[in-house]
Design a protein around this ligand. Sequence first.
Ligand SMILES: C[S@@+](CC[C@H](N)C(=O)[O-])C[C@H]1O[C@@H](n2cnc3c(N)ncnc32)[C@H](O)[C@@H]1O
Length: 210
Amino acid sequence: MPKRSKSSDRWLRRQRKDHFARQAREGGQVSRAHFKLEQIDQRFGLLKSGMRVLELGAAPGGWTHYIQSRIGQGMIIAVDPLPVTAGVDTHVIEGCAGDAETDAQIAGLLADKLLHLVLSDMAPNLSGVRAVDQARSMDLADTALRSCERWLAPQGAMAIKAFQGEGLDGWVKALRDVFERVTMTKPKASRNESREVFVVAQGFSVEALG
Ligand SMILES: C[S@@+](CC[C@H](N)C(=O)[O-])C[C@H]1O[C@@H](n2cnc3c(N)ncnc32)[C@H](O)[C@@H]1O
């Protein structure tokens, strides 16, 4: 196959970006991010009817709508400091993941029940300084992992956004001690030029936490 020129690569990337943005507009989705979760779910079979799901970084609500369409009578707790567009069945917490007040609200809603799935599309405010942004992204990944340690049921799963860069490989390696299967994936709807990847971890083992 002939090698593509840089300009045709750029053109193809733009086309793909436009494709998902247009699909979101035409399909009435809240955001093109919807398609990232849909593609991850189709590959890993994460969402099932009746599940209890914690969604971190939910605004404006693209993932939330997709989750609602998949879990039926299940439970969604959606967390973001920004407004989330969601159906009446979704429990929206306006706050930051990891804050004591947010954690108290999650605990109150769960009332001793455990989660089947923790999802995070949290993204830091970008400073433009790569090392700083990478550290912030790893902090958000740690925050999502702490939610798993606290509320995830045995054999539960997690899917979180992270940035490729310093610290991620070691973090993923450590995750393999507490989850049976850990995979890094980049769905087609994620822009090629972005360092964003998703870490999908399945088969949570509470015993491994010690
Ligand atoms: C890429 S957007 C999420 C898009 C969303 N998944 C959708 O489909 O519409 C990232 C979100 O992460 C949120 N965020 C960043 N830090 C957070 C934190 N500590 N706790 C909760 N949300 C956070 C931001 O406010 C932002 O709304």
